[in-house]
Each structure stands twice: as structure tokens, then as C-alpha cells.
Ligand binder design. Sequence first.
Ligand code: NAI
Length: 480
Amino acid sequence: TVADGDYKVADLSLAGFGRKEIQLAEHEMPGLMALRREYADAQPLAGARVTGSLHMTIQTAVLIETLVALGAQVRWASCNIFSTQDHAAAAIVVGPDGTPDAPSGVPVYAWKGETLAEYWWCTEQVLLWPDGQGPNMILDDGGDATLLVHKGAEFEQAGAVPSAESADSEEYAVILGVLRRSLEEDNRRWTRVASGLKGVTEETTTGVHRLYEMQAAGSLLFPAINVNDSVTKSKFDNKYGCRHSLIDGINRATDVLIGGKVAVVCGYGDVGKGCAESLRGQGARVIVTEIDPICALQAAMDGYQVATLEDVVETADIFITATGCFDVITNEHMARMKHQAIVGNIGHFDNEIDMAGLAKRDDVERINVKPQVDEWRFADGHSIIVLSEGRLLNLGNATGHPSFVMSNSFSNQTIAQIELFTKTDQYPVGVYTLPKHLDEKVARLHLDALGARLTELTKEQASYLGVQVDGPFKSDHYRY
Ligand code: NAI
């Protein structure tokens, strides 16, 4: 439970509201609740010290309390400066049995609207446990907690932290600052944290990409499970989650009528597919940009115009980036857009839209409309509307994905935590995905709630297809 003052959230008095929403969410998260029942006696996470870095929302609150129900001790930060729901954070600190005056839940370091310095301070706080021991598990989204441990250990090995002037971004300069202070305090801290870790389970495409890069470079320090590429994660959360929360974000930010508008979706991967569908569902005419001929052809077959941004930048009304790439919308693009064009990103990091370049221009003025909505007015009089300063708008301007889809993602997270924590020997340093039977299990846990009835193979049919009656039903290379 929370030791005295070992947390930092916006307002503990929001805990009652948070608790009510957590209770409603539990009903919509049948996978997580089934795992609580299944593992109530076995307590597979007893002894696990989990550091979590993942959007501190109501859905994440249900995940955290599931990990605790399975025996884990947990510390939590958000993985984005705007994505925390303050009532969820408060409810987790207070806990189901505590009060704002006597909190007895889980230490959380997260609030909506952190500065970058505060964000990295929070990430550091959840990696440093008060008893001096580190975590033995990380649950990451985007890889920032994993990055801090790796960079810290790397600089400790080198005996020095590079100068802030060498940083290629404001954010990296902040990270270097945190690590410089840390190295002065204790020059073996991150090396110890790294060696105590059994592994990390990573939530998203961009974080997984970082893990494979470290594996290829030989610099990965502990095993990792790629949760994103469970089918019941990326083909559900990334797609159907964004189909729900993209327009929720645009609506709450602007309340502009989407029907009849021209909307450009950059990137037609899992996230882009959900975004394009949701905009079309509202009656927008959707244009897709892609660099991959396969995804471009998929977009065309799905009935979308496929164009380059240059071709449509002056005529479209709404621009959404969903690529995981950088500099997809440049400041020159933004200067050429229509008056009051809406620009937002739903990819993990804020560099898909060149916000730094926009801010540096001397012919543009930023006018804040409300939290997470800015008008950028150019000298020629036209302006554009940028959501969440280019950070993921579905979590910055709205509340992220709804519970039911996150129950799929987080059931995979919970199973991945159990796998790595209890079967550590079977996972030498490397990046793994969960076996297909567990992916199918996650889907099964969600069928009843939707009234879906599954057909069962006969023994003869199963042997005809060359599978077992109770699965797995597909080969590993099947793409869904
Ligand atoms: P993906 O790899 O399936 O799709 C990205 C697509 O963008 C690919 O098809 C790629 O060819 C295309 N692309 C790359 N560079 C491009 C460029 N310069 N112009 C046009 N297209 C380009 O990845 P996924 O799963 O769709 O994720 C995309 C991003 O969204 C990642 O950063 C991921 O971490 C994040 N994400 C965000 C969520 C949210 O709730 N906001 C939920 C899930 C993922």
C-alpha cells in the first residue's frame, strides 16, 4: 500500500468519482475480471514488483487492480503528459478500501498536463522503489521506462552522460538532465535496476519497434514480450479502439461537423484503418497517404482515395497522422493548409507533426483556445487548429479507447506479465510474442459478453484441417 506521501496526483478528492467509473468499467472488461477469478488462489504475481508506464486512465486502473489481485506490488506513471484521467489516478492511490485522508492503494505519479520535466521525473519515481530495490518487471507503453533504464545503464557504463547541447530534441535534453543528476547520486543505480529485471511487456507498435532495434543492436538488457502483436491487441485496440476514440477526440476538441469534410489519414496500418473507417462513418470523404504499396492498395480497395500529402494539403479540412514515423506533416505543410484546418496525431509520439518547426516560425502566433486545443494564426491571416500539441489526440482530447477493447489488450498484458515472471528461464534476452493459444484464450474471454456463440469443430473436421478441436486454429503466419 501507499507509504506516506509516496505518490503525486492532481487531487485525491476525485477518488470517489474515479471508483464509480472503475466499477462501471469492470463490467465492460470481462477478460480482466475472468483472469482475476482464474488466478485468485494461485497468485502467480506474488513477489512481482511491477513498474508500469501506461496512460493512467480508468481502463488502466482496472488493469492495475488486476495485477494487484494476482499478487503483484505495483508503481505507476502515465506514458504521456496529457493522457492521465485525474479521477482514475486518485482512485488508484486511495484504493478500494482507503479514503483520501488515509490512502491505501497503489503509488501513482501522474496527472493531466505534466511538463516534460515532470513527466520524466514521474517515470523515474516509479522505477525507484522506496525500499531501495528496483522493480523486477516493467509494463511499458511506448518504451519510455525501458529507455530510461537502458540509457541510464549505458551512461553508467561509460562513466558520463552526454551534454544537453548534444541532444536532438528538447525531450532528450530533459532525459539527459534526469540521468546526469542520477549518475551523480548513485553511479550504479540503473545498472542494478536493469540486472534486477526479469523483463518488460510492451503495449504499442512504437515501443515494440524500439525493442527490436535494441535486440538487433545487441543492446537489449532483459527479455521482452511484444504484446502489441498479439492479434487480440493490434487487430482490435489499434483498429477498433481508434475507430471509437479518434472522432471522440476531434468532437470534444472542436465539435466541428465531420460529415461532408475532406479528411486525410496519414498511414493505413492498424491505427489508420480504424481512423479512416470512423471518419467515413461520420460522412467525411477520406483520403489516405501511405509509403507501403501493400497498405496503399488495401486503402484503395477499401474505397479510399490514395494521394500524397502535397496533392491535398491545400484542400482538405482534417489531417490525422497515424504512422509511427516522424515529420509526416511539416510546418511548411501547415502553412499551406486551409483556414481552420484541423491537425491532429494519433500515433504514439509527438514528432509525426513538426510542432517544433511550427513553433520556430516567426510568421505564426499560437492562441490557446482551451486545454489541448490551440489555434496557430499565420501572418497572412489564416489559421489552423492543432490538437494536443501534436500528441496523441484520442487520449489528450478525449479519454482514449473504451473499456471493452482495452480488456483485450490488458488481458494480453496480464498474461504476458505472468509468463515472463513465472517462466523466466524460458525467455532468454530477446523479444517474444505470446503463443497463439493464449491469443485465442483472450478472444474467448470476450465472446460471451457480446452474446457471440462459437461453432465447435468435430473431431473429423479438426483432423481434416490439421488442427486440434480446441485450437490453435491458425498457423503462426496467418494474418487475420
Ligand atoms: P502500423 O505499422 O500498422 O501502421 C503505420 C503505417 O504508417 C504503416 O502502414 C506505414 O507504412 C505507414 N507510414 C509510415 N511512414 C509513413 C509516412 N511517412 N507517410 C504515410 N504513411 C506512413 O502501426 P500502427 O499499429 O497502426 O500504429 C501507428 C502508431 O500509432 C504507432 O506509433 C503506435 O504506437 C500508435 N498507436 C496509438 C494508439 C492510440 O490509442 N493513440 C493505439 C495503438 C497504436
